[in-house]
Write a protein that binds this ligand. Structure first.
Ligand SMILES: Cc1cc2nc3c(=O)[nH]c(=O)nc-3n(C[C@H](O)[C@H](O)[C@H](O)COP(=O)(O)OP(=O)(O)OC[C@H]3O[C@@H](n4cnc5c(N)ncnc54)[C@H](O)[C@@H]3O)c2cc1C
Length: 365
């Protein structure tokens, strides 16, 4: 198929567009129709038109949390490319920031840090666009977006209406929300409440506190936190770099398993039986139970950093066992094969089930 381009103001429609060019894994076959939507109006019109026609629709941001089939997407892809940011001082000491869904997330973080606003600094260096941050309640280094999120404007696809939902209506939890994997709404803009003190959120993550030389709970100038987070992330291949295949990933491919108290105790006993009772098993408190480290389980199950997939075309990152990477000529089928091997290996050794974090488009694990 020869790509075709048509244009209306605020819209750019093409056909047979390879989605590998729009995902950080550089994987995914062609989309039948690909709409670059530069205004919220265009996003709404394009989504409503596809829904009314009963056409399959994929909303795409930065493509950093999706794994798309090698066969592509047989329907319309709406690539959110809306821009704009405004600030409002509603309460003394607090600034309400409104960002359009198509803004680059890390650009927004950088601007808030440069302006001395506290709240987003620990979320520095995460790829993707603003509109996807509430979708999986983006989090890193002890902070989740839910802590600073006020509300989102979204297009409710069932009713076709644009509505505002407050953060507590979004079901935000560890790497998920009512929006993730459901196709029920398209986020048009997001509001955050930030502090104008120039200081960070309390530093909770031990590795970050160590790097900063502070005790957990302290607040630190936001620019120092951003720099330290970016340095830590680079060391783990978690900042995008075109020249570094360890960053050709979707970030963490598996979520950390969260288990209710009883199941956690059983899992800890099984793991201790394998690794030895004297080995410390990383675990963190979580609602009603605890959270295990997927990276630790993967490594202990025998999958070292750099562990190769089919033909060495994909592999675990050489910097982090939790990232599955494309070495340049990989396919989605290759990546799924490696993901299944790791998931099944961890289950066989420890009896713990790993779940994929990225949204799977046209494929299953
Ligand atoms: C190197 C690397 C490091 C990463 N580190 C982290 C991390 O530390 N913490 C973390 O939480 N994540 C991390 N991620 C995952 C990813 O960056 C985030 O989940 C990010 O928010 C995804 O944004 P995106 O715009 O790329 O979304 P996409 O990948 O384009 O989309 C993801 C999902 O959200 C939906 N979606 C996208 N935009 C919208 C919208 N406007 N409205 C409704 N639905 C939408 C899509 O349909 C899809 O289902 C990392 C990824 C990479 C590659």
């Amino acid at each position: 198929m020869t790509p075709v381009t048509t244009s209306r103001p605020g819209t750019d429609v093409r056909t047979a567009v390879p989605l590998s060019g729009y995902t950080t894994l550089r994987l995914g076959g062609p989309a039948t129709r690909f709409i670059e939507a530069k205004t919220a109006r265009t996003v709404v019109d394009a989504v409503r038109a596809a829904d009314e026609a009963g056409e399959p629709l994929l909303v795409l941001g930065g493509g950093s949390n999706v794994l798309v089939s090698d066969h592509g997407f047989n329907g319309t892809v709406v690539h959110v490319a809306t821009k704009g940011m405004t600030e409002d001082c509603t309460t003394p000491g607090l600034v309400q920031l409104t960002a359009e869904a198509g803004e680059n997330w890390d650009d927004v973080v950088a601007k808030t840090v440069a302006a001395g606003l506290g709240g987003l600094e620990c979320l520095s260096g995460i790829p993707g666009l603003v509109g996807a941050t509430p979708v999986q309640n983006v989090g890193a280094y002890g902070v989740e977006i839910s802590e600073v999120l006020v509300s989102v404007d979204l297009l409710d696809r069932a009713s076709g209406e644009v509505r505002t939902l407050t953060a507590d209506q979004l079901g935000l939890a560890y790497r998920t929300s009512v929006l993730k994997g459901t196709d029920r709404a398209v986020v048009l803009r997001v509001r955050f409440e930030l502090a104008d003190t120039g200081l960070s959120m309390p530093i909770r993550y031990a590795e970050l506190a160590n790097t900063l030389g502070v005790v957990p709970g302290e607040r630190v100038p936001v620019d120092r936190v951003r720099q330290s987070v970016l340095d830590l992330r680079r060391g783990k291949g978690m900042v995008l770099d075109e020249d570094d295949h360890d960053t050709w990933s979707a970030g963490s491919f598996f979520t950390n398993p969260v288990l209710p108290h009883d199941e956690l105790q059983e899992a800890l006993a099984r793991i201790a039986a394998q690794v030895g009772a004297d080995v410390r098993i990383p675990q963190y408190p979580a609602d009603g139970g605890g959270k295990l480290s997927a990276a630790w389980l993967i490594e202990r199950a025998g999958f070292a950093k750099g562990y190769p997939g089919p033909g060495n075309r994909v592999s675990l990152s050489h910097s982090h066992t939790l990232a599955l990477t494309n070495r340049g000529d990989g396919t989605t089928a290759d990546l799924l094969s490696l993901a299944r091997e790791v998931r099944d290996g961890v289950h066989k050794v420890f009896g713990v089930q790993l779940e994929a974090e990225p949204v799977l488009v046209g494929v299953t694990l």
